[in-house]
Ligand binder design. Structure first.
Ligand SMILES: O=C(O)CCCC[C@@H]1SC[C@@H]2NC(=O)N[C@@H]21
Length: 255
C-alpha cells in the first residue's frame, strides 16, 4: 500500500477470521452465525462460489477483496437493513484512506461504490429470521482491488467494472484493506446506533452518484425513469416523474 494510511486499530469486541479459500464468505457467515458471541469479519483470499445481488454470480479474481461482516442484531429487520448505507460509507472512507483522495469516488443506491463512474465494489446483504427478528445478518462485500472482472457476464446497461489498481494505481492487499475497512465500519456503526439513520443518510447523500439527475430504477414489476430526488428516512430511493413521487424500496439502478 502507498504512503497513506488511515486508522487501522482493530475494533474492540469484533472477530477477525481469514480463510485461504471458501465457497462464499456469505455462506460461511450463515454457517458460523449460530455459534457467534459477537460480530465477526470473515475474509477469504479465494471464493469458489461467490454470489452477487439478484442471484448473479460474483467473480473473484486473485488479489481482490471478499469479506462478510456477520452479526446477530436485535433491532427490527427494516432497521437492520439500513446498515447497507453504514457499510457503503465505511467502504468510501477505506478507499480514501488507501488512496489518499476522494476525487472520483461516489455511492450508487442502494450500495455500490463507484470510482470514475465504474463499479469498484458491491455489497450483498443476507439474513435469516422473521419479521419480528433476525437470527443473523450478513454484509458481504466484494472489492475489485487488483482486477476488474471481464464484461462478458454483465447485464445489459450495467456499469463497467473497474479496479483500484487500474483507476488509482494503488496496490492494497485484502488483509490491508480489511484493516482499513473494519475500523471505518465501527466508526459509522457507532454513529448509527447512537444517533440513528439521520446522520448516515445525510453523509450518504453527500457522496451520492447522480443525485438530482435522471436515472432509471428497474424493479421486479416495471422500470421507472425520473429525477433522483433523495433517499428517504427508510432508505427508499425517491424518484419524481411529472406525475408522481415514487419511494422505491428495492430496484436495480441504471444511469
Ligand atoms: O452484486 C453485487 O454487487 C454484490 C456483490 C457481493 C460480493 C461479495 S464477495 C464477499 C461476499 N461473499 C459472497 O458470496 N458475496 C459477497
Amino acid at each position: 500500500m502507498g504512503a497513506v494510511r488511515g486508522d487501522t486499530t482493530w475494533p474492540m469486541g469484533v472477530g477477525r477470521r481469514v480463510l485461504a479459500e471458501v465457497d462464499s464468505t456469505n455462506a460461511e457467515a450463515a454457517r458460523l452465525a449460530p455459534g457467534l458471541s459477537g460480530p465477526e469479519w470473515i475474509l477469504a483470499l479465494n471464493q469458489t462460489a461467490a454470489r452477487g445481488r439478484r442471484g448473479r454470480v460474483w467473480t473473484h479474481p486473485a488479489g481482490n477483496f471478499a469479506a462478510t461482516l456477520v452479526m446477530r442484531p436485535t433491532e427490527s429487520p427494516d432497521q437492520v437493513a439500513l446498515r447497507s448505507f453504514v457499510a457503503s460509507l465505511a467502504l468510501f472512507d477505506a478507499f480514501v484512506a488507501a488512496t489518499g483522495r476522494s476525487g472520483g469516488l461516489s455511492l450508487k443506491w442502494p450500495n455500490d461504490v463507484l470510482l470514475n463512474g465504474g463499479k469498484l465494489a458491491g455489497i450483498l446483504l443476507e439474513s435469516a429470521g422473521t419479521r419480528e427478528g433476525l437470527s443473523y445478518f450478513a454484509i458481504g462485500i466484494g472489492v475489485n482491488l487488483a482486477q476488474a472482472p471481464g464484461r462478458d457476464m454483465l447485464e445489459e446497461g450495467a456499469l463497467r467494472p473497474v479496479s483500484l489498481l487500474s483507476e488509482a494505481g494503488v496496490t492494497v492487499t485484502p488483509e490491508e484493506f480489511l484493516d482499513l475497512l473494519a475500523p471505518a465500519y465501527a466508526r459509522y456503526e457507532a454513529k448509527f446506533t447512537t444517533y440513528g439513520f439521520a446522520p448516515i443518510r445525510r453523509e450518504w447523500l453527500a457522496r451520492a452518484a447522480k443525485l438530482g439527475q435522471t436515472i432509471t430504477a428497474r424493479t421486479s414489476r416495471d422500470a421507472i425513469t425520473g429525477i433522483f430526488e433523495t433517499v428517504d428516512e427508510a432508505g427508499n430511493l425517491v424518484l419524481t416523474t411529472p406525475q408522481t413521487r415514487h419511494a422505491i424500496p428495492a430496484a436495480e439502478v441504471f444511469f
